[in-house]
Design a protein around this ligand. Structure first.
Ligand code: PEP
Length: 263
């Protein structure tokens, strides 16, 4: 546990990488590597593509891999005529525990606005899972000094339909869009400032208890070297890792870096 009392979470977003056979291999490898490390100090989730979830679930359960299963997205509705969509009901049946909602790639490339994000957060909670809600500013917003304003607006929209008890259990990922896939993470100080802004807005909207429970991750070009300094920050409770989560060895190093911050 950290000084904040919040248990760190390290989540690997595999995006559109790995077929189900590669996923089986990666999960087994993760089991071997994480089993030897300090994974007990932190929660870990992996988020493979939809087509890999059943295979990942089987390996995680059969081999006791110490990770939770996660998804990258879900539909707003639980069922119906929505060709190509995957519902939160279906994910819950596969024992998915965490669902990423509102990733910047979904917002930018697939037109997900704050209204859709809010409906997806409700769908995840309605089905007993935990959302990882992504927020973050674009480079031009940052350059214009509008980071705080942007984060506050996104948090206000995201939390609008949630009860304080749900907010306390959710995860928010601060992912500056300019850092994602750039090879250049935000500094720990910048990540802390943004995380504190987010927690402050959560306090205003849902109260102090919710704000002290919500876990805030940093995401954007995290690697083995940046993991520990980022999670050492008082309001940064873990990491959302994209590219560096694909290799089990690198991901294990990142988990180890986060675990090193736990006393
Ligand atoms: C992401 O897209 O969620 C992410 C953090 O990607 P990367 O680590 O590759 O920057």
């Amino acid at each position: 546990m950290t000084a904040s009392g919040r248990r760190p979470l390290v989540s690997g977003n595999w995006k559109m990488h790995k077929d189900h056979l590669e996923t089986i291999h990666t999960c087994s490898e993760l089991g071997l590597r994480l089993g030897r490390g300090a994974v007990g100090a932190v929660d870990v989730s992996i988020h493979p593509p939809f087509t890999d979830l059943r295979s990942a679930q089987s390996v995680i359960e059969a081999e006791g891999v110490p990770v939770s299963l996660g998804a990258q997205n879900c539909a707003t509705a639980d069922s119906g005529a929505f060709t190509g969509e995957v519902s939160a009901v279906m994910l819950a049946r596969l024992r998915v525990e965490y669902v990423i909602v509102g990733h910047s790639e979904r917002r930018t490339m697939f037109g997900e606005d704050d209204e859709v994000v809010a409906a997806k957060l409700q769908a995840v909670f309605r089905n007993g899972m935990v959302p990882i809600c992504c927020v973050g500013e674009h480079a031009d917003e940052r350059d214009a000094g509008r980071t705080t304003e942007r984060l506050q607006a996104q948090i206000t929209q995201a939390l609008g339909r949630l009860a304080p008890g749900e907010v306390a259990r959710m995860v928010i990922a601060y992912e500056p869009v300019w850092a994602i896939g750039s090879g250049q993470p935000a500094t720990p100080e910048d990540a802390q400032e943004a995380a504190a802004t987010i927690r402050g807005r959560v306090t205003e909207l849902a109260g102090a208890a919710a704000a002290s429970g919500v876990r805030i991750l940093y995401g954007g070009s995290v690697g083995p070297d940046s993991a520990s300094p980022l999670v050492s920050m008082p309001d940064v409770d873990g990491l959302l890792v994209g590219g560096a989560s694909l290799d089990p060895g690198t991901f294990t190093e990142i988990v180890g870096g986060a675990a090193a911050t736990v006393r």
